[in-house]
Design a protein around this ligand. Structure first.
Ligand code: DOR
Length: 443
């Protein structure tokens, strides 16, 4: 099967735009040129790209899609539809489902579920368990890496002992991705700030309780261990100016770090506007933190962008803090949010693509994805970078039905999403028959 995308502005790997045609054959990019003739030897679908940017699909390297066990919040089908709408053609999903993804059987179960219902490509983390699952961490496959919750998690996924963390670095030679918040400090500050009788307080206190110091302490520990063992470390959703400053001094080639659009674009003033919809872990920070995160991205201290898509129902979010759960959805708006920032001059279109596609593929060693190159996978998006449209809750495809950017106006909305050469989203509609593939990770 062939697909020809005519006369879009094609974002090339060097960041230049080429006005021209892109031909897909058998799911791979076959040609990129100012003009390509229709292939004569096979049927070919033609899509007009006039007025649109053609970019590599977004690879979102941190999402919580809730299946199995928490499907009342989201499931792999609804989440993958939301991905297609947002221009996300591949995702890496986290192990805090029920059961937890801490062994091969749970990983296989997720892969099977995804194969049967995901319209985009999928990969999964294996979770480090407080019970001890080093043999599973060593052998689970295919897994993009090991997820370690150093804080902000209850039960079996909480690794708040430095000795257990060190054992993982010492014994498992694979990428370790950490949620870096120091649980001892979180416990101490909860005790200090939360009323003993359980009565609610202002949700804005969330950023004070889970403060910058809690994030810094955990990042320092993870970086120290990674450097001791020269071990591949990835710091998830980094959020503070202190961590950026620390990484400037201590980051080594085996360390990468990511930031979310919400930590770049929202600050603690969001609590007054959207209440618990602004509550996430790690929390939103000050405008100075946002500025330091932007600078960190520009300087390559932060390598790429993830959404940490973590949907909860509106009913759950309507509970008063601290009963309200942390987390917000992200895959439907991340690209438009970042392209709007680019349109406002905060960065360039090419940088957004590098931060949301190319750098992610490189960091997780996902072959043949993240850039538009001949022979690479045709995971493509056509994006409208000319018109602004509001973020509307009524349009949300995520099961949660809300978005923290509602009311804002974004450009850079995805018009067409192509997964492995097949159109998965166009004209505002998902094609639910399309199936993504399991991602592979080079050694
Ligand atoms: O706010 C968050 N919610 N941060 C996380 O890292 C986990 C997530 C969730 O699963 O709800």
């Amino acid at each position: 099967m062939a697909l020809l995308i005519r006369q879009s502005d094609i974002l090339l790997p060097d960041g230049d735009l080429l006005r021209g045609d892109l031909l897909v054959i058998d799911g791979k990019i076959a040609a990129i040129a100012p003009h390509i003739d229709l292939p004569q030897d096979q049927p070919c679908t033609v899509i007009s790209g006039t007025g649109l940017i053609l970019m590599p699909g977004v690879i979102d390297p941190q999402v919580h899609f809730r299946e199995p066990g928490l499907e009342y919040k989201e499931d792999l089908m609804t989440a993958s539809h939301a991905c297609a709408r947002g221009g996300v053609t591949s995702f890496l999903e986290m192990p805090n489902t029920r059961p937890l993804t801490t062994n091969q059987a749970a990983l296989d179960d997720k892969l099977q579920r995804a194969a049967s219902k995901c319209v985009v490509n999928y990969g999964f983390f294996i979770g480090a368990s407080a019970q001890g699952n080093i043999p599973e961490l060593q052998t689970a496959t295919p897994a993009c890496g090991i997820k370690v919750f150093m804080g902000s998690m209850h039960g079996d996924l909480l690794i708040d002992q430095a000795t257990i963390l060190e054992e993982i670095f010492a014994k498992v030679p694979r990428l370790v991705a950490v949620h870096a918040e120091d649980q001892a400090r979180l416990n101490q500050r909860r005790q200090q700030f939360l009323p003993a009788d359980g009565s609610p307080i202002d949700v804005a206190m969330h950023s004070q309780i889970q403060d910058n110091q809690a994030a810094l302490l955990a990042t320092e520990l993870a970086v120290t261990l990674a450097n001791k063992y020269q071990h591949r470390l990835h710091i998830l959703h980094l959020s503070t100016k202190e961590e950026v400053a620390y990484l400037r001094l201590h980051k080594q080639p085996w360390i990468t770090a990511e930031v979310t659009p919400q930590h770049l674009l929202l600050d603690t003033s969001a609590y007054a506007r959207i209440g618990t919809k602004a509550q996430m872990n790690p929390p939103l920070r000050s405008p100075e933190d946002c500025a330091a995160l932007w600078q960190g991205l520009h300087d390559g201290i932060l390598d790429f962008i993830a959404t940490d898509h973590a949907p909860h129902t509106l009913e759950e979010k309507a509970q008063p803090y601290p009963k309200s759960p942390s987390g917000m959805p992200g895959v439907e708006t991340s690209l438009a949010a970042m392209l709007t920032a680019a349109a406002q001059g905060k960065c360039t279109l090419a940088q957004v693509s590098r931060w949301m596609s190319g750098n992610v593929a490189r960091a997780y060693k996902i072959p043949n994805k993240g850039e538009l190159r001949i022979g690479w996978d045709a995971d493509l998006i056509l994006v409208d970078y000319e018109n602004y449209r509001p973020v509307l809750g009524t349009e949300v495809l995520s099961k949660c039905g809300w978005n923290s950017f509602e009311g804002e106006s974004f450009t850079g909305w995805t018009q067409v999403t192509i997964v492995g050469g097949t159109v998965a989203y166009a004209n505002g509609k998902v094609n639910p028959e399309v199936r993504g593939k399991a991602l592979t990770f080079d050694a």
